[in-house]
Design a protein around this ligand. Sequence first.
Ligand code: ADP
Ligand code: TYD
Length: 202
Amino acid sequence: MNIRLPLFIVFEGIDGSGKSTLAQKVFNHFSDYVPCVLLSEPTGGKWGRKIRKLLQSTDGADAASLLELFIRDRSDDVQKNISPALAEGKLIVMDRYMHSNAAYQGSNRISPREIISMNLAEGFPLPDRVYFIDIDEKAALLRVTNRKNGLECFEKTEILRSIRENYHSLIDDTFLVLDGSKSTDILEKEIVRDIEKNFTFK
Ligand code: ADP
Ligand code: TYD
């Protein structure tokens, strides 16, 4: 397959939708014959570590501080990882990016679209494709509960429902909406087919 590089693809969805599993599978699929990096946010850097601590605390953190922390973390990620990979002509496979910021920190006070605009104003590059793994919040929560003991502050049905609605409000031409209740093998095939159709030299 003759992929047009650089190519920047991002996996998005509520917690437990299957993003990490699919990002890994798609990365494995391409990494043998395309220069490829697998990245995720929050990162393992200093802001990312601070964010994870806050998310695990019982009362979480206020939305405004989280918005700022995620942008600082993303700024480091763009500088250290994303821009260099784009300059080197790589395939970037990402587990969460600015649309997570919009969906999770979007509220009555600041809309998801305003948060996308804030990210663009920081100079963060837009991805070529957002694979939005859409799934019922109850099904996703069940998966997350099975996966680990301690739940993070967003992992409640009503909160996940409003985050899912925020994602829906962001759908545009860069999105491919996938049905997260399908098997990971079928979803992987749908993504590979999309890349073949839209991001290769004919
Ligand atoms: P996320 O990164 O979106 O939080 P994960 O990829 O960590 O989600 O998946 C959460 C759990 O659900 C894991 O135990 C994973 O094996 C399982 N899982 C992921 N995708 C699917 C799927 N399509 N069908 C069934 N189980 C899945
Ligand atoms: P992650 O470790 O990817 O969670 P999961 O694997 O359960 O999906 O991300 C941790 C949490 O950070 C997740 O609940 C979503 C949240 N998040 C934001 O609120 N804003 C953001 O900008 C990003 C990147 C993540």
